[in-house]
Design a protein around this ligand. Sequence first.
Ligand code: ATP
Length: 280
Amino acid sequence: ADISERHKISREDFVVGRILGEGFFGEVHDGVYKSPTGERIRVAIKTCKDCSADVKEKFLSEADLMKNLDHPHIVCLIGVIEADPVWIVMELYEHGELGNYLIENQYSLSTATLVLYCLQICKALAYLEGLNMVHRDIAVRNVLVASPECVKLGDFGLSRYVDEQEYYKASVSRLPIKWMAPESINFRRFTTASDVWMFGVCVWEIFSMAQQPFFWLENGQVITQLETGVRLHKPQLCPPIVYSLLTRCWAYEPSGRPSFGELACSLSDIHRMEVELEKD
Ligand code: ATP
């Protein structure tokens, strides 16, 4: 179906439930959507609290980008209601944020499963790379768990098409310094190569069971450390072969970093190996 048709929804088709959490713009509720085909789908409904015209535009820009995305490991947009109160409706992922999920299940998650999550996020990013889109906020807090075997990359609030030169000045104070590549910290330069750096930090979070990267440093100290060559250490649970990929993602020069396509191939091989190992 036509993309604009696919996302046409009406408020009467929803039952709004409890509050799932607080988003940047307002509360996020769970709910049930009755689709035109009669199917009942559990959804997450993002609302916008103080929605003046320019706030509304920023709020809806995330949904605008998501309308064009269709990937098994990217959060699925169901639709938007533009009349007040404005809603962005997404598929619900009941297990919530990957960060919390890792903490709650830290003693039962196998290495193969952790590699699987990394592979799925990497495939989502390879897909974005093909669309010339940079995500700019890759972290376990922005990945949702659909099932124990399936994660979805979300939070396109900072995403941009790379040929767009302007950057999001209003959000400078919200920039995730400890996840950022040196050229992003120094010059606010965001490219697929800086997404690769951030992906490396996200993999580090996954194998650290959601510890904060550089929690021992202040934001202001991070860049000096990176420039003297300091990098995040290998988490205990991280296989050395995965860590050697991370060190390549953290090459100081953007051109020295692997592509998401290459990373996906390596992670796919490593995942197969880990599954074999767990059989023994
Ligand atoms: P921030 O930028 O501060 O992260 P946000 O506006 O991007 O906020 P989210 O983090 O996406 O908002 O959402 C707020 C809360 O709602 C989060 O705790 C998240 O777990 C939950 N949530 C959002 N979308 C979904 C979803 N599709 N399924 C399940 N939970 C969701």
